[in-house]
Design a protein around this ligand. Structure first.
Ligand SMILES: [Zn+2]
Length: 345
C-alpha cells in the first residue's frame, strides 16, 4: 500500500444501477469496468481522498438541453419495453434507462457538490458512457451524452465550459451538440482514422461556434509526448483566450497501449501527467472528470488511479510516461490552426 499525503478531496460519484446496464455477452463495455476503476483507486491507497456521493437522475428538461426530445422518448420507450438494440453495438437491458439517466445526472450532481464547496474536483464513474451520443442518435455504447448534458446546463447558467476529450475515439456527439455554441468549447485527442470516423484536423466548429472546436487526430502508436505537446501548443493557448470557467474531461482510458480495441500508445503515467496539466486550466472547484471508454481492465485500474491521484494533487505513476511515437506533426498543424482562429473569438 502506497502512503500518499492528499492535498485535495475528490468527489467520487457512482451508483449500483450502473452495474445493471448490460450490453450482452462478450461486449467490451461491461460492468466489470467500474469495479476495476474503484479497485484501482483503492489499491493505490487513494480511498481516503474520495468523498463518495450518489447521483440524482437528470430530468427530461436537462436531457433535452443536449438531445432532441424524440431521442429521449425513444430511449425511454425501449427501456420501458425491457431493452433492445439502439444500434449495432449499443444495447439496452431492463435497467439501462435508469442507469442512463443516473449517468447523465452524475455531472449535474458534481456541479452542485462543487459549487457548495465539497471538494476541488469530481470524478464521475459512470456507465453507460456518453461522448458518442449525438443530439438525435444513441450510438457507440452511449445512450445519453453525459458530459454534454452537464456542459449545456452550465452554459445555461452563463458559464464558459471547456470540454477536453482524451478518449481514444472522437467524441462526435459532444462535437455535434456544441458545434455552433460559442460558450462551450470542445477539444479532442483521438486515434484517426478510427470509429466513428469524425474529428479531422480543421474541423473547428461553425457559425457562432467557429474556432471553439479543435481536433487532434493522432496516428496509431502516438505516445505521451504528443499528448503533452497538445496541452502546451493547442489547449493551453486556446484556454488563455477562451477563459473557461469550468473544465469537463471526457476521460477514456482506451488510449492506453494495452487496450484491445484501439492502437494508441499511452501508459498510466501519461494519464497522470495529462490530467494534472489539464486541471491547471481552471480554478479548483470547477473541474469534473467523466469516465468514457477503456476496455483492458488492468490498464483501466492503473490509469483511473493515476487520473484520480492527479485530481487529489499527487503524482502517481504506475507505469513510466511514454515518448517517441508518431503524432507531433499533427499537434503542430492543430497548433497552427488554433493560432489562426482563436485570436478572433
Ligand atoms: Zn473510446
Amino acid at each position: 500500500m502506497v502512503t500518499i499525503a492528499f492535498v485535495a478531496d475528490v468527489v467520487y460519484i457512482t451508483h449500483p444501477r450502473y452495474l445493471d446496464h448490460d450490453n450482452g455477452r462478450a461486449h467490451p463495455e461491461r460492468p466489470e469496468r467500474l469495479r476495476a476503476v474503484l479497485e484501482g483507486i483503492h489499491e493505490a491507497g487513494l480511498g481516503e481522498a474520495l468523498r463518495p456521493m450518489g447521483p440524482r437522475p437528470a430530468t427530461l428538461d436537462e436531457l433535452e438541453l443536449a438531445h432532441d426530445p424524440a431521442l429521449v422518448a425513444r430511449v425511454a420507450a425501449m427501456g420501458a419495453g425491457g431493452g433492445g438494440w439502439l444500434d449495432a453495438d449499443t444495447a439496452m437491458s431492463e435497467h439501462s434507462y435508469e442507469a442512463a439517466i443516473l449517468a447523465a445526472g452524475a455531472g449535474l450532481t458534481a456541479v452542485e457538490a462543487l459549487v457548495s464547496g465539497a471538494a476541488e474536483s469530481a470524478f464521475c464513474a459512470v456507465r453507460p458512457p456518453g461522448h458518442h451520443a449525438t443530439p438525435t442518435r444513441s450510438m457507440g455504447f452511449c445512450l445519453f451524452n453525459n458530459v454534454a448534458v452537464t456542459a449545456a446546463a452550465l452554459a445555461d447558467q452563463g458559464e464558459r465550459v471547456l470540454v477536453v476529450d482524451y478518449d481514444a475515439h472522437h467524441g462526435n456527439g459532444t462535437q455535434d451538440v456544441f458545434w455552433a455554441d460559442p460558450d462551450v468549447a470542445y477539444i479532442s485527442y483521438h486515434q484517426y482514422p478510427l470509429y466513428p470516423g469524425s474529428g479531422a484536423l480543421g474541423d473547428i466548429g461553425g457559425g457562432e461556434g467557429w474556432g471553439t472546436t479543435h481536433n487532434l487526430p493522432l496516428p496509431a502508436g502516438a505516445t505521451g509526448d504528443a499528448y503533452r505537446a497538445g496541452v502546451d501548443e493547442v489547449i493551453a493557448p486556446f484556454a488563455a483566450v477562451f477563459q473557461p470557467t469550468w473544465l469537463l474531461i471526457s476521460a477514456g482510458f482506451d488510449a492506453h497501449r494495452a487496450d484491445p480495441i484501439t492502437d494508441l500508445g499511452l501508459s498510466a503515467g501519461d494519464y497522470a501527467d495529462l490530467t494534472a496539466a489539464l486541471l491547471t486550466l481552471v480554478p479548483p472547484g470547477r473541474r469534473i472528470v467523466f469516465l468514457e471508454g477503456g476496455y483492458d481492465l488492468e490498464a483501466l485500474r492503473l490509469s483511473a488511479a493515476a487520473c484520480v491521484a492527479a485530481m487529489a494533487g499527487e503524482r502517481l505513476v504506475p507505469e513510466p510516461p511514454t515518448s517517441g511515437g508518431p503524432g507531433r506533426e499533427v499537434v503542430a498543424q492543430a497548433s497552427r490552426i488554433q493560432a489562426e482562429c482563436t485570436p478572433s473569438l
